[in-house]
Design a protein around this ligand. Structure first.
Ligand code: SAH
Ligand code: SF4
Ligand code: F3S
Length: 471
């Protein structure tokens, strides 16, 4: 049994991580004739990890079930970012207790960011016996062995590493889409924003070798993929943990040169956003003009307490530079309200900033104290009701700008990658514009996975309606 330790997770060792190639376990047919169901919470990083988990299970002979209740193996890939993500996963673990009572042969595994938390693992050990095995974010590739260990011992198996191991290349992947793909470019985060649990659950920043990334993208192009999203907690810092001087702007340019129709990337921390990056994004038409640039707060005082390393003015300078130099760019953001000590005046600064930036999209949250982070020790005397009101006031303003920005597109023709059809009709298609706006329009299902031009006919707060122009 290997349990997580926050103390170790906090440590950042200087040595470069080693590259290791995944050893497939095809000879261990544990899952022949059995089915699995993977439930994913959290961000794209977890979604992509689940694509690896599914492929590993299929190598073991399992097949995917669309119905959780009927499957033989259930894996919960969890998220720790806020209290409600936690509660959702624990709610599900509770439900699985009943399911397991009626089907004792059911196997339940827990992984993801919550598995890296000391408190969660000790709760699973003491209270949640329905969980058969736990593995963490650093040893995803060990799933086949941990599962086998559980099947052999019939005991609760826990293998969570607190410190990241090698960079594992060549893991199998079962992608959710045939035309859009996630490509990890780096793992972990060294920023330690004071509210955030991610540097503890995902370890230190490790960038993948450029050759591995480019090979993966080239392979996707050869398979007919139209879009890649380069993933990392802080993609702009790509390469800073390596010593080859190759950084995000170089990688973006090389990925664009593979000829893939669309390149997206997330998430960008404002701190590492360079002028060269802006230049490259503006220069390549296949790098989408859509940037997620989390601000978190518009108050320089709160930004300092958050450990974000920029002031309101510095953020606005960067924002304006991006708007000026990348044609037609859309910018989205994340904002936290009710950080410990946030006053009405600080909150007004956030509203002012939002009035300036007129974001195309924004994810807004109430601060949630996370175990062991620096911010969870700060005095927080704003009542929850007050925080909820701030969130409501903020949302009213950001929503107004989403709608206004969308309305400006009425009458224009936008490029769209067709994602699928809505449930309510076979010719009712949807996709995303270059600026990452959801658009609904009529067309034949054969267009799914293709690039089309759509004329915008109507605008709503979170989506557009349109008509197909050509295909
Ligand atoms: N790496 C990304 C963010 C990942 S978490 C970045 O730095 O931009 C996604 C968002 O969740 C964050 O941008 C932040 O707005 C929010 N978040 C993170 N920790 C939080 C907490 N403790 N309480 C409330 N929101 C939080
Ligand atoms: Fe969390 Fe900050 Fe790292 Fe983003 S940059 S993952 S918010 S610590
Ligand atoms: Fe959640 Fe972990 Fe992603 S905490 S947001 S799943 S990195």
């Amino acid at each position: 049994m290997q349990l997580p330790s926050y103390k170790e997770a906090r440590s950042r060792k200087k040595e470069l991580v080693e590259r290791e190639v995944y050893q497939s376990s095809k000879d261990v047919i544990l899952g022949k004739g059995k089915t699995y169901y993977v439930k994913t919470y959290g961000c794209q990083m977890n979604e992509h990890d689940s694509e690896n988990i599914k492929a590993m299970l299929e190598e073991l002979g399992f097949s995917e079930s669309l119905e959780m209740e009927a499957s033989d193996l259930i894996i919960l890939n969890t998220c720790s970012i806020r209290e409600n993500a936690h509660n959702k996963a624990f709610g599900m673990i509770g439900r699985l207790k009943h399911l397991k009572e009626s089907r004792p042969e059911l196997i339940v595994g827990v992984c993801g960011c919550m598995a890296q938390e000391e408190g969660v693992v000790s709760d699973i050990l003491s209270k949640y016996k329905q969980v058969n095995f736990v593995f963490g974010t650093h040893n995803l590739h060990r799933l086949p062995y941990i599962l086998k260990k559980h099947l052999d011992s019939q005991k609760q198996e826990i293998e969570v590493l607190s410190v990241e191991g090698n960079l594992i290349e060549g893991m199998p992947v079962k992608r959710a889409s045939k035309h859009k793909a996630f490509v990890n470019i780096m793992y972990g985060c060294d920023k330690f924003c004071t509210y955030c649990i991610v540097p503890y659950t995902r370890g230190k920043q490790r960038s993948r070798d450029k050759a591995d990334i480019l090979r993966e993208v080239e392979q996707l192009v050869a398979e007919g993929y139209q879009e890649v999203t380069l993933l990392g907690q802080n993609v702009n810092a790509y390469g800073k943990d390596r010593n080859d001087q190759y950084c995000m702007e170089n990688l973006l340019e090389d990925v664009a040169k593979t000829g893939i129709s669309r390149v997206r990337f997330m998430t960008s921390h404002p701190w590492d956003f360079t002028d060269q990056m802006i230049h490259v994004i503006g220069q390549y038409s296949n790098i989408m003009p859509s940037i997620h640039l989390p601000v978190q707060s518009g108050s320089s005082r709160i930004l300092k307490l958050m450990g974000r390393r920029y002031t309101k003015e510095e953020y606005l300078d960067l924002f304006d530079k991006i708007k000026k130099n990348i044609p037609n760019v859309s910018v989205s953001t994340d904002i936290i309200v009710g950080f410990p000590g946030e006053t009405e005046e600080d909150f007004q600064d956030t509203l002012d900033l939002v009035e300036h930036c007129k974001y195309d999209n924004a994810f807004t949250f109430i601060f949630s104290a996370r175990e062991n982070t620096a911010a969870c020790r700060l005095k927080d005397d704003t009542p929850l009701r007050e925080k909820e009101q701030r969130l409501y006031r903020l949302n009213t303003i950001v929503n107004r700008y989403f709608l206004e920005n969308n309305q400006k597109l009425i009458g224009t023709v936008v490029p769209v990658l067709v994602d699928g059809c809505n449930e309510n009709g076979k010719t009712d298609l949807f996709g995303y514009t270059d600026t990452n706006k959801l658009i609904n329009f009529n067309g034949d299902q054969s267009l799914i996975g293709k690039m089309v031009s759509v004329k915008v006919t109507d605008a709503k707060t979170w989506s557009l309606d349109g008509e197909l122009v050509e295909f």
